[in-house]
Design a protein around this ligand. Structure first.
Ligand code: FES
Length: 125
């Protein structure tokens, strides 16, 4: 059973779509379930020179929990510096959604990994 928060983010996903002039893109897939997540980042520097996630969007082809974790991840990461965003742990997203059924916990990990890939993409540019 999904929590109300999961159902809310699944039915009304936040920050769904693409950023055409994104500064970085991260894509990951889970070969077992076939779900794919893509994260787009737009960044700018704050006064202290840290990179801040000004905008973040996602495209997810996958299960309801994958949509909900992508949506929640974008809310958690938006406005954070890269350093702060990297502190989001694999299961923090599931926790923020009030929990996920055990077989769906990997959806939280996939969302985490998609953001990590996007940040890596930015840092290696
Ligand atoms: Fe694999 Fe949701 S079932 S990401």
């Amino acid at each position: 059973m999904y929590t109300e928060k999961v159902m809310d983010h699944f039915s009304h996903p936040r920050n769904q779509g693409i950023i055409p002039d994104a500064d970085a893109i991260g894509q990951v897939g889970n070969p077992k379930c076939g779900d794919v997540m893509k994260i787009y980042l737009k960044l700018n520097k704050n006064k202290t020179g840290d990179d801040v996630i000004k905008d973040i969007k996602f495209e997810t082809l996958g299960c309801g929990a994958a949509i909900a974790t992508s949506s929640m991840l974008t809310e958690m990461a938006k406005g954070k510096t890269i350093k702060e965003a990297l502190k989001i742990k694999k299961l923090d997203i599931a926790d923020a959604l009030g929990g996920l059924p055990e077989p769906k916990l990997h959806c939280s990990i996939l969302a985490h990994d998609a953001l990590a890939e996007a940040i890596k993409n930015y840092q290696t540019k």
